[in-house]
Design a protein around this ligand. Structure first.
Ligand code: DHB
Ligand code: FE
Length: 280
């Protein structure tokens, strides 16, 4: 049977992808971040994942404001990098695990989570930057992917608690899949940041560190927090952190933290990466 072998929380700051693409990872501004990442990449590969479920948000790139599904799942065998205005990133395209994705779609929908089914989706920085952070510069991604898209760009987004419960449903789906696959799940976006408005530039290190601590401690605090608190404390785009709750919901109640890097600032954002494994 398939099983979930680990979870990752990871920011999606676009200039991190650009720094990687332009060979700037050893430059002074970027080196403190990129030098810290290799142990996370090693830990991920050590888990020998076959599939990475990436919980991310499209930034009105492919889905556009014409249609904003609350939760959606990609069921394609293949995904391209999106053109966000300056050409697609020069990194590999993605192979989807369409069979597992269809199984998760069916299982979740019959389980009460009405995921929107997406047959074709170009993936923007919300997806590609965490892939770069997790796997580095590669000629081919070492995993198949399943994109799970969460609306965090137009009010009202789903609650953190609903996201957590989606993670639980995804786990049930994975564990009833009749193939010996090692599946990892990444919750992406965050940490504290606000890109526009009067409070543009918000970074709340205390809030972020508490959020990271809670993932392997009192995650109920993260899960029960209402939107307003996320936004007040961590900025309008800090709401992206609800996506990490899908990842957290797919893991055991008790988890062990195996890696953490928190870095301020990366572009306008507090950058966080954390790796978690079940502690049983
Ligand atoms: C930045 C962060 C984001 O989450 C995003 O979607 C776009 C830009 C930034 O910090 O530059
Ligand atoms: Fe974003």
């Amino acid at each position: 049977m398939a099983k979930i072998v680990g979870g990752i929380g990871c920011s999606h700051v676009p200039p991190v992808g650009i720094a990687s693409d332009k060979g700037q990872t050893t430059d002074g501004y970027w080196s403190p971040l990129f030098e810290a990442i290799p142990p996370a990449r090693k830990w991920i590969l050590d888990q020998k994942p076959d599939v990475m479920i990436v919980v991310f948000n499209d930034h009105a790139t492919s889905l556009s404001f014409k249609m904003v599904p609350t939760f959606a799942i990609g069921v394609a065998p293949y995904y391209e990098n999106a053109d966000e205005g300056y050409g697609p990133r020069p990194i590999p395209h993605y192979e989807g695990d369409d069979q597992l994705a269809w199984h998760i779609a069916e299982s979740c929908i019959l389980d009460g989570f009405d995921l929107t089914i997406v047959n074709e989706l170009d993936l923007d920085h919300g997806f590609s930057v965490p892939m770069t952070v997790m796997f580095g510069e590669v000629e081919k991604w070492p995993v198949k992917v399943i994109p799970i898209c969460v609306n965090v760009i137009q009010y009202p987004p789903p609650t953190a608690e609903r996201c957590f419960h989606l993670g639980q449903a995804i786990r049930r789906a994975v564990e009833e899949y009749d193939e010996d696959l090692r599946v990892m799940i990444a919750g992406t976006g965050g940490m504290s940041h606000q890109l526009q408005g009067e409070r543009a530039g918000v970074i709340n290190t205390e809030f972020d560190i508490k959020y990271l601590d809670n993932l392997s401690g009192n995650n109920i605090e993260n899960m029960k927090k209402p939107h307003l608190e996320y936004i007040r404390e961590s900025g309008t785009e800090g709401i992206e952190l609800v996506m990490w709750q899908v990842m957290r919901g797919a893991l055991d109640e008790r988890v062990k933290e195996t890696f953490r890097k928190y870095h301020v600032a990366s572009s306008n954002t507090a950058f966080g990466v954390i790796c978690l494994e079940n502690d049983n």
